[in-house]
Design a protein around this ligand. Structure first.
Ligand code: ADP
Ligand code: MG
Length: 208
């Protein structure tokens, strides 16, 4: 089961992971965007950790909502509102729960992805974060159906996210700034798919 404190620990770990990967993500964005993805997430999650410490939200849903609102207000790029939407939908999907079971985890990520799809209008293979999130959530649902526990389920999700992330390399970008490059976007890994992979990898390392 994933508790309120487990969610907070995850978000705090994400702040460290994105700080450590700030240059890597920004370098990826330099190839097909405007070289700010790592900077955006580092700024966003630093603000999130500060806000959580100040407000100490009481339950899983309110923690996720605080993450959402803080990302939306502190990240200027496309990824801020999109990740904000993901966390906001996730928050709504677990309202009233004190702990999240494996099935709830799939449900909150699925709700989050649905929000990203609605807001960003990207389709699979448009070379975005959707290309890491979609296969990951499908793999987690499949693992759950096959009787996997939380840890195994998350590991399957991370493996699928990683191949989805690598799968963005040959794709032509159809959404976001990278789409302005047309054919020149081919051959580069999408920064947002990479940060989404890190999001799941960090959860898998912490939750069991
Ligand atoms: P910006 O592009 O505004 O500089 P970031 O650099 O922080 O914002 O984020 C770029 C990432 O956002 C891309 O790599 C891509 O994964 C994701 N992204 C951009 N537009 C969309 C969209 N419409 N739907 C889903 N993801 C998107
Ligand atoms: Mg950018």
């Amino acid at each position: 089961m994933v508790s309120r404190d487990d969610i907070v620990a995850w978000v705090e770990a994400l702040q460290k992971v994105y700080a450590e990967n700030k240059e890597y993500l920004t370098d990826l964005d330099a190839k097909i965007g405007d070289a700010d993805h790592g900077i955006n997430l580092d700024r966003g999650y630093s603000a999130v950790v500060k806000k959580l410490a100040e407000t100490n939200p009481p339950d899983v849903s309110s923690v996720l909502k605080t993450v959402a609102m803080t990302l939306i207000s502190s990240v200027g790029g496309a990824s801020g509102p999109l990740y904000g939407t993901l966390f906001l939908r996730a928050s709504t999907a677990c309202a009233g729960k004190t702990e999240l079971a494996a099935a709830d985890i799939v449900a909150i990520f699925q709700a989050g992805l649905d929000g990203v799809l609605q807001r960003g209008k990207a389709q699979l293979e448009d070379k975005t974060m959707v290309d890491a999130l979609t296969p990951a959530i499908n793999a987690m649902q499949q693992a759950l159906n096959n009787g996997a526990d939380l840890k195994e389920m998350l590991q399957q999700g991370v493996m699928a996210a990683e191949s989805g992330m690598k799968g963005t390399i040959p794709l032509l970008a159809k959404k976001g700034r990278a789409s302005y490059l047309g054919e020149r976007s081919i051959g580069h890994q999408d920064p947002g798919a990479t940060s989404s992979y890190l999001l799941l990898k960090t959860a898998a390392e912490l939750w069991s």
